[in-house]
Design a protein around this ligand. Structure first.
Ligand code: HEM
Length: 82
């Protein structure tokens, strides 16, 4: 399964599918609040992160493609596997 696609039976994982979605500049921009390359931090802040991604207000410079937001949403819905 790639980061961009997932089928109905797939369960995304942080290390396999989620971490790579965050660019180095995303990580650096947000380090004051949380580390987007840290499983524990992203798990802890998953709901506000998802809200920002769905609203299109984060990242600050462009919106994520809908398929990418869907993978993050699915990761949250399926229990945030490491
Ligand atoms: C996928 C990448 C990113 C995610 C998931 C993300 C997520 C978030 C979240 C969850 C907040 C807190 C919002 C709240 O609940 O108040 C936030 C705030 C903020 N982010 Fe990001 N961020 C990302 C990338 C960036 C980038 C690239 C920049 C710009 C350089 C940026 C700049 C900011 C700023 C300035 C705030 C504070 C806004 C405020 O005070 O209301 N973020 N971000």
């Amino acid at each position: 399964m790639t980061a961009e696609q997932s089928g109905p039976g797939d369960k995304p994982s942080f290390e396999g599918n989620i971490q790579k979605l965050f660019r180095p500049m995303d990580r650096e921009a947000m380090l004051g609040s949380f580390d987007l390359w840290s499983y524990e931090d992203v798990k802890k802040h998953a709901m506000p992160i998802l809200e920002q991604l769905q609203a299109g207000s984060m990242p600050c410079d462009e919106q994520w493609p809908a398929a990418q937001v869907a993978v993050f949403a699915k990761w949250v819905a399926t229990g945030m596997a490491k």
